[in-house]
Ligand binder design. Structure first.
Ligand code: ARG
Length: 295
């Protein structure tokens, strides 16, 4: 912009000088210069417009070109996503994985799964290390400032996991006054501990199995957890139980993608809507529950 402006000023000065000098030959040369400048400007404008259109349309195309959809998830969350030995091999399964597989199939690419800490998922997505998060993630307003979300595919309530021997006593918010709660780091449960359990301490830990250990060893007195997840852990551990407290809805689960993902987010929503309409969603959820109970 600066260049062409200066070019124009110099050109005009040259035109004026030569016009004053009455030199016809130089004037012809000057005209050529002006035309070149204009031509360059037009090309630049066209190039910028083409790039902008490509950036919007290319998200889905980029994934197709890559041939793989990279999923980020925190596989400590049965029945959403968890580790299971399948034919002697450690495998990540669960209904979030089925949803991600469905999305990959609808795009026509392979699914690659990266198991991470829950608090590492959003940074990995914004940095472009993963293409999407399917991890029972709640679409909160705070998160919406940095990423976009699909439609909600599942809703759960929140409750608490305690030692079985405490289940009858530790079952109100006040019962935890002066006690310590365990929550997964960077989750809405961590938020809930601060806002609802104002007289309790909260300990935030990155992976749920580590929280379970804290509970079993008495370092924390209860875990705030989504009800279906707590149920799976209670089933798998005789010394743990849900205390029956209802801490409200956890706001639903949705798929997260980078902002302005355009046609990629459209494809995700279409796959989810299809699963909801056809009954496949209910099916993968109940299959995953059976699978994690059978562990
Ligand atoms: N729904 C909660 C949130 O979005 C917890 C999700 C935890 N997910 C997991 N895979 N550990 O904050």
């Amino acid at each position: 912009m600066m260049k062409s402006k200066w070019g124009l000023i110099i050109t005009l000065t040259v035109v004026m000088l030569f016009t004053l000098a009455g030199c016809g030959k130089a004037e012809a040369n000057t005209e050529t210069t002006v035309e070149t400048t204009l031509a360059t400007q037009t090309t630049e404008t066209v190039a910028t417009e083409t790039m902008a259109t490509e950036a919007v349309a290319s998200k889905l195309q980029k994934i197709k070109d890559k041939g793989t959809l990279v999923l980020g998830t925190s596989a400590d969350y049965p029945p959403f996503e968890f580790h299971l030995e399948v034919d002697g091999k450690d495998t990540i399964v669960g209904f979030d994985i089925d949803i991600a597989q469905k999305i990959a199939d609808s795009i026509g690419v392979k699914l690659e799964i990266l198991d991470m800490k829950f608090d590492g998922l959003l940074p990995a997505l914004t940095a472009g290390k993963i293409d999407l998060i399917v991890s029972g993630m709640t679409p909160t307003d705070e998160r919406k400032q940095s990423v976009d979300f699909s439609i909600v595919y599942y809703e759960a309530r929140q409750t608490m996991l305690v030692l079985s021997k405490d289940a009858a006593d530790l079952n109100t918010i006040e019962a935890f006054d002066g006690k310590t709660l365990g929550v997964q780091k960077a989750t809405i449960q961590e938020e809930l501990a601060k806002t609802v359990f104002t007289n309790s301490k909260a300990k935030a830990i990155d992976k749920i199995p580590n929280l379970i250990l804290e509970l079993k060893t008495g370092k924390v007195d209860g875990l705030i957890i989504a009800e279906p997840v707590g149920k799976q852990y209670a089933n798998a551990n005789d010394d743990l139980a849900l205390n029956g407290i209802d801490l409200g809805s956890e706001g639903g689960s949705a798929v997260a993608v980078q902002k302005d993902s355009g046609d990629f987010l459209d494809a995700i929503n279409a796959a989810i809507q299809d699963m909801l309409d056809s009954g496949e969603m209910d099916q993968v959820i109940s299959d995953a529950m059976l699978l994690s109970e059978g562990e």
